[in-house]
Design a protein around this ligand. Structure first.
Ligand SMILES: Cc1cc2nc3c(=O)[nH]c(=O)nc-3n(C[C@H](O)[C@H](O)[C@H](O)COP(=O)(O)OP(=O)(O)OC[C@H]3O[C@@H](n4cnc5c(N)ncnc54)[C@H](O)[C@@H]3O)c2cc1C
Length: 378
């Protein structure tokens, strides 16, 4: 049986290892630090199907089915508390009407609602200038810590080997065929390698000697969390493009998590900035005024591993037999991960997948066939 190596122990690598091990494959995952330590633990928990193109809508519909199934089976929190996009102009409403029609076509029950209905769903929001909202009650949020830990635990139960603090330093390729990986713990034989290193994926591509640049670049994104407040105070993920692409929701622990789209990069630096703190404290209370009275407990930064069209690169690398990539999630990799695990497992085992993986073709950049930009929010 083939030896499959997955590089990267974020939610994507762990989901891939889990799906492969579940199907009886022989899989080993290497993570240079600890499981979840990359972008995964820094993410804002959001899971949505409200995209503007057919592929992402279908993939996210499947992902939500899997979030539901696995959260029940493995007992970790996934709450379908919805996503609420607040709309402030006729132009925004027209755009969202198109997206909603497409989402409905694929069975995602998004609706355009009035500001008053939005206020009923999230009573703490300010609707003074809101003219409508896009609402899908089947979107939701999951706890990244519990999710990634549960998938890793299950992957191991199915027989996957997971090595933490094990960094892949090189990939041995002979005549276009993978022979193994060199790590700080020595050499491991491999027939198949999956690059799930997200922000570090370009470095893995260089190790494998792939002849094209798959343009994934790290951008610094920050987030804040407040002191805990009464649970259920802000149930959905609330989004406003009008306010610097802001997102706000309440975590499972009761704190309010939020952020804006002020980004820095490309950079591997992750130091939080004062400029961001000033901007975020000014912006978020315009959407939820009660935030003015809450203490910010922490702020932190993580990577959006971005591509030019904000869609990931998922698929086979043609020049090297049995090298796969699933990286460049551009700020929405947490939500996509269960479906990505399924796609890569099917691709390796059967050579194809029922989901529209072609949309994420790693060669589209080289060919100049960029996709419609994916909605890149929370
Ligand atoms: C502030 C913020 C908010 C976000 N909010 C959301 C959200 O609401 N919803 C959503 O879906 N997404 C969100 N995201 C994006 C989400 O966090 C990422 O898309 C997702 O975590 C990517 O998962 P991953 O497994 O691909 O990458 P990562 O979690 O970064 O995992 C990659 C792993 O590879 C490891 N690695 C790298 N190189 C090597 C090597 N040579 N050898 C071994 N291991 C290696 C790293 O240590 C790392 O753990 C947010 C991100 C940020 C920063």
């Amino acid at each position: 049986m083939s030896d499959i190596v997955v590089i990267g122990g974020g939610i994507v690598g762990v989901s891939i290892a889990h799906e492969l091990a579940k199907r009886g494959e022989n899989v080993t995952l290497f993570e240079k630090r600890y499981i979840g330590s990359g972008s995964t633990f820094r993410c804002a928990t959001g899971i949505r199907q409200q995209f503007g193109d057919e592929a992402n809508i279908q993939v996210m519909k499947r992902s939500v089915e899997l979030w539901k199934k696995y959260s029940e089976e493995y007992e970790f929190p996934f709450d379908q508390t919805g996503y609420l996009f607040l709309l402030y102009s006729e132009e925004e409403v027209e755009d969202f009407k198109k997206n909603i029609a497409l989402q409905n076509k694929f069975g995602v029950p998004t609706r355009l609602i009035t500001p008053e209905e939005a206020k009923e769903i999230a009573p703490l929001i300010n609707i003074d200038e809101v003219i409508a909202a896009s609402w899908n009650p089947t979107d939701g949020k999951a706890d990244p810590f519990f999710a990634v830990t549960a998938f890793a635990r299950k992957a191991k139960e199915y027989g996957a080997k997971i090595y933490e603090y094990t960094e892949v330093k090189d990939i041995l390729v002979e005549k276009g065929e993978i022979k193994g990986v060199k790590t700080n713990r020595g050499f491991f034989k491999a027939d198949i390698v999956v690059n799930a290193a997200n922000a570090w994926a370009p470095l893995i591509n260089i190790m494998a000697g792939i002849p094209i640049d798959i343009p994934i670049r790290p951008y610094k994104h920050q987030s804040i969390i407040t002191q805990p407040i009464e649970r259920g105070s802000i149930k959905p993920m609330v989004i406003s493009f009008r306010h610097h692409d802001a997102y706000i929701t309440q975590t499972h622990h009761g704190g309010v998590i939020g952020g804006i789209g002020l980004e820095y990069g490309p950079t591997y630096d992750l130091t939080p900035t004062y400029e961001y703190l000033k901007e975020v404290t000014k912006t978020l209370p315009q959407i939820v005024p009660a935030l003015k009275n809450l203490r910010i407990l922490r702020m932190w930064a993580g990577y959006y591993a971005k591509t030019p069209d904000s869609n990931p690169a998922i698929g086979r690398i043609e020049e090297i037999d049995q090298l796969y990539i699933a990286a460049g999630f551009s700020g929405h990799g947490f939500m996509m991960s269960p479906a990505v695990g399924e796609m890569i497992a099917e691709l390796i085992i059967k050579g194809r997948t029922h989901l529209p993986i072609w949309w994420y073709d790693p060669y589209r950049f080289e060919r100049g066939e960029l996709r419609e930009k994916a909605i890149q929010m929370g």
